[in-house]
Design a protein around this ligand. Structure first.
Ligand code: MF3
Ligand code: CO
Length: 260
C-alpha cells in the first residue's frame, strides 16, 4: 500500500532529505586514497547524531553500519571495513537518515583520485540516467515510465541494468510501496500522484548485469567483477510537480572541480 504524505509530512521528508544530503557532503570531504571505509562510516555516524538524526541503515534488518559501501565491483549493501581506498577506485556511498519520524535516502558514486576514463563514463552515464528517470517521474506518469527511461538511456550507451534490486517508496519507513525498478515497459505500474515520495536509484554495470550476494548475506557484487555505479535521489510529488528532495549540491561544494 502506498502511503500518501500530507503537506506537513512532506516538510518532514524535506528535513530528513536535507540531513542525508549534508551527510554525503561531509563524507565527500574525506574520500581520498589512504582512507579506510570504516573511517568514512564513523564520520557519517557522528555527523548524523550531531545533527539530531539517526542512521537508519544501522541495525536495519541486521545491517551493521551507517553507510553502505560500494567499492568498484560492489553493487550495493557492502559493509565498511579496514579496506583502504586506492587511487583509481570508485566508491558508492548509500545511506539513509531518519529525523522527526521521516527518512531521507541518497547515494553518490565517487572517484578516488584519478580514474580510468571508461569508468568515469560509467559514473557520468549512471548519474545522467537518474535524471532521465526523474524527468519521467511527472505526476500522472507511471512507475514503468521511470524504469524504461533509465533502462533505455543506459543500454543505449552499452551498459547493463541490475534487475534484482530497485528503488522504492519512502516515508516513515525506509522502504515503502511502490517498488521502482530500473528496467521495464512504459505505461505500466502505479500512477504517480501528489503525496507520493519515491527513491530512484539506478545500479548500472559495465559488464554483464548478473550479480552475486556474498556469504555475509548482504554484499552484492557484479558476477564478472567489473565496476558498477549507483546514484540515488529521494523525490516528493506535491503541488502537481515532482520535487527532488535530496541534493548533490553539498557534494559539489566539497569536491569543487573534482565533482563529476
Ligand atoms: N538505499 C538503500 C536501499 O534502499 C539503503 C539500504 S540501507 C540497508 O536499499 F540498511 F538496508 F542497508
Ligand atoms: Co534506497
Amino acid at each position: 500500500m502506498i502511503y500518501l504524505k500530507t503537506p506537513e509530512d512532506m516538510r518532514g521528508m524535506q528535513v530528513a532529505c536535507d540531513l542525508v544530503s549534508r551527510t554525503l557532503g561531509e563524507v565527500a570531504r574525506w574520500i581520498a586514497p589512504g582512507v579506510t571505509t570504516n573511517k568514512l562510516d564513523s564520520i557519517a555516524r557522528e555527523f548524523i547524531h550531531d545533527n539530531g538524526g539517526r542512521p537508519a541503515c544501522l541495525g536495519y534488518g541486521g545491517f551493521p553500519a551507517t553507510l553502505c559501501i560500494e567499492v568498484n565491483e560492489t553493487v550495493v549493501h557492502g559493509f565498511p571495513s579496514n579496506y583502504t581506498l586506492r587511487d583509481g577506485d570508485i566508491i558508492g556511498i548509500d545511506t539513509v537518515t531518519e529525523i522527526g519520524g521521516f527518512n531521507g535516502d541518497s547515494c553518490y558514486t565517487f572517484a578516488v583520485g584519478e580514474i580510468d576514463p571508461e569508468v568515469r563514463r560509467l559514473l557520468v552515464t549512471t548519474k545522467e540516467s537518474l535524471y532521465k528517470g526523474i524527468e519521467a517521474a511527472k505526476p500522472g506518469a507511471r512507475i514503468g515510465d521511470i524504469a524504461n527511461a533509465v533502462q533505455t538511456y543506459c543500454e543505449k550507451r552499452g551498459y547493463t541494468v541490475v534487475r534484482e534490486m530497485c528503488g522504492h517508496g519512502i516515508g516513515r519507513k525506509m522502504h515503502e510501496d511502490p517498488e521502482v525498478p530500473n528496467y521495464g515497459r512504459r505505461g505500466i505500474g502505479p500512477m504517480l500522484k501528489n503525496g507520493m515520495c519515491i527513491c530512484i536509484e539506478p545500479m548500472i554495470n559495465m559488464g554483464s548485469r548478473n550479480i552475486v550476494i556474498e556469504r555475509d548475506g548482504w554484499t552484492c557484487r557484479t558476477k564478472d567483477r567489473k565496476p558498477s555505479a549507483h546514484f540515488e535521489h529521494t523525490l516528493g510529488i506535491y503541488d502537481d510537480q515532482t520535487h527532488i528532495l535530496t541534493t548533490f549540491d553539498y557534494i559539489k561544494e566539497a569536491l569543487g572541480d573534482r565533482f563529476i
